[in-house]
Design a protein around this ligand. Structure first.
Ligand code: AMP
Length: 184
């Protein structure tokens, strides 16, 4: 089953504003990868505020926690959590979280990675929104969702700024509500 698509009701002006504030960096971090750099968006007060608003809005009133994925996911997840009145849970790369963790490894568009969550991060059944900057192959979001569930949480959705549609990340997230501001 394909992942559910959020209805496309976003004004074109917001999409244009956000799209113009994300730049392509060719051959970073290695040859052949076009890196989507969100730092101009973060520096633009209007674009940043609009992006956070759009990423959070579909989940108002429905989540207890926002789980942000290291590192750029933290930057977006923090204001999304504040916006939703939810707590923030950092999901970090291997060896960074100080208390006992659940960990899973996976393949990235450019290499392999391990993601961790604190074992005691969530009370049983807590509703969690996962936030990251880019959805590429979907491996990161899939592992994040699986870790949230391992820790006892319920994944309400996955909200990302930008989806690289040609990499079909949604296919890995079958049945999970995936909300993306922009798809390229
Ligand atoms: P994936 O697991 O393949 O969906 O990759 C998503 C994760 O890798 C996110 O945490 C992104 O920050 C990062 N990522 C993957 N591809 C890119 C890209 N082309 N530009 C920027 N970040 C990327």
């Amino acid at each position: 089953m394909a992942a559910r698509r959020t209805p496309d009701v976003l004004p074109t002006s917001i999409r244009r504003l956000v799209a113009s504030a994300i730049r392509d960096i060719p051959d970073f971090p290695r040859p052949g990868i076009t890196f989507k750099d969100i730092t101009p968006l973060l520096a633009d007060a209007a674009a940043f505020a609009q992006a956070i608003d759009v990423m959070a809005r579909p989940f108002l009133g429905s989540v207890d926690h926002v789980a942000g994925i290291e590192a750029r996911g933290f930057i977006l997840a923090s204001p999304v959590a504040y916006h939703l009145g939810a707590g923030l849970i950092p999901m970090r790369k291997a060896g960074k979280l100080p208390a006992p963790t659940y960990a899973q490894s996976y393949e990235l568009e450019y290499g392999s990675e391990t993601l961790e969550i604190h074992r005691d991060a969530l009370a049983q059944g807590r509703k969690v929104l996962i936030v990251d900057d880019v959805l590429a192959t979907g491996g990161t979001a899939e592992v994040a969702a699986s870790l949230v569930e391992e820790a006892g949480g319920e994944v309400i959705g996955i909200s990302v700024l930008l989806e690289l549609a040609s990499l079909h990340g949604r296919d890995k997230l079958a049945g999970r509500p995936v909300h993306t501001l922009l798809a390229v």
